[in-house]
Design a protein around this ligand. Structure first.
Ligand code: SF4
Length: 262
């Protein structure tokens, strides 16, 4: 039974409990498209460079080997220099992890960058993705909701002093002129905090109930149209190839999975 719940767990659980089971309980995964895998690995590299840079480790040798990575990092430093200044007084930390006990689970977040001053708290997330989604769409993502919820519950600042900023940097192959870094900022509020609290209670209660049963976790209604693009469609008998045997593959440790662009 999973005790740790991340935004990825919540997202799949809400999308389709059976898919949550295949991914996190049965530890199965479908083969990843090689182009997607390359993009994910590049995104992971970008995150590692940003973290190493913050830790004061030398990143120049790595950047010299990859001009796209160098352009992406330098573009961000040029467009958002304030993000790289330590507040005084305050906290500024890369890859900042927090956990919050919640009804038998541990809600866990890892912020790419967290900046907290006596006046405000700012979560920064790097995305190596060319077309930023709309603010309204990002505000509904479990990543946004969980990250802000956990920060509000673990700091002295009220929700309306918190925000989450997504910074979109040009992915591998795009130039700075094509796609300069851009920011989508999501403000937080007491009302949003209450909504997330309610939805987290609902989801965790549902999960506890489902896990207590000997039955497989339920499949989503086929009429919702999610199965057609699901990698487990054959396994779930929801594919036109349903007579072919499924091909399960063992899932690597979650920590080894590359960054998935939003
Ligand atoms: S095929 Fe459909 S029911 Fe099965 S895991 Fe995927 S979304 Fe869920």
């Amino acid at each position: 039974m999973p005790t740790t719940l991340t935004q990825a767990h919540l997202k799949l659980l809400e999308l389709c409990p059976r898919r949550f089971q295949h991914t996190y309980l049965d530890r199965l995964i479908a083969p990843v498209n090689p182009d997607m895998l390359q993009r994910q690995q590049w995104g992971t590299q970008f995150h590692q460079i940003m973290q190493q840079r913050d830790l004061g480790l030398a990143v120049d040798p790595l950047l010299q080997q990859d001009p796209h990575l160098k352009a992406a990092v330098e573009g961000l430093l040029t467009h958002a220099p304030d993000l790289f200044i330590d507040p005084d007084p305050g906290l500024r930390q890369s890859e900042h992890r927090r956990s919050l006990p919640f009804h038998g689970y541990s809600l866990t977040v890892v912020y790419d960058l967290l900046i907290v001053t006596p006046q405000r708290g700012q979560i920064i997330d790097w995305k190596t993705y060319l077309k930023p989604p709309r603010q309204a769409q990002l505000a509904q993502e479990w990543q946004t909701r969980l990250y802000l919820y956990v920060l509000a519950e673990t700091s002295d600042l009220p929700p309306d002093r918190l925000s989450m900023d997504y910074w979109f940097v040009q992915p591998q192959g795009a130039t700075l002129a094509d796609a300069p870094p851009s920011r989508v900022s999501i403000p937080y509020s007491e009302a949003a905090h209450r909504r997330t609290d309610r939805d987290l209670r609902r989801l965790t209660q549902t999960l506890t109930h489902l896990l207590a049963s000997a039955e497989p976790l339920p499949q989503v209604d086929e009429a919702q149209g999610l199965c057609g693009t699901c990698p487990f469609a054959v396994r779930c008998q929801r594919s036109s190839d349903r007579h072919q045997p499924p091909t399960p593959i063992s899932l690597p440790a979650v920590a080894d999975i590359a960054e998935v662009p939003l």
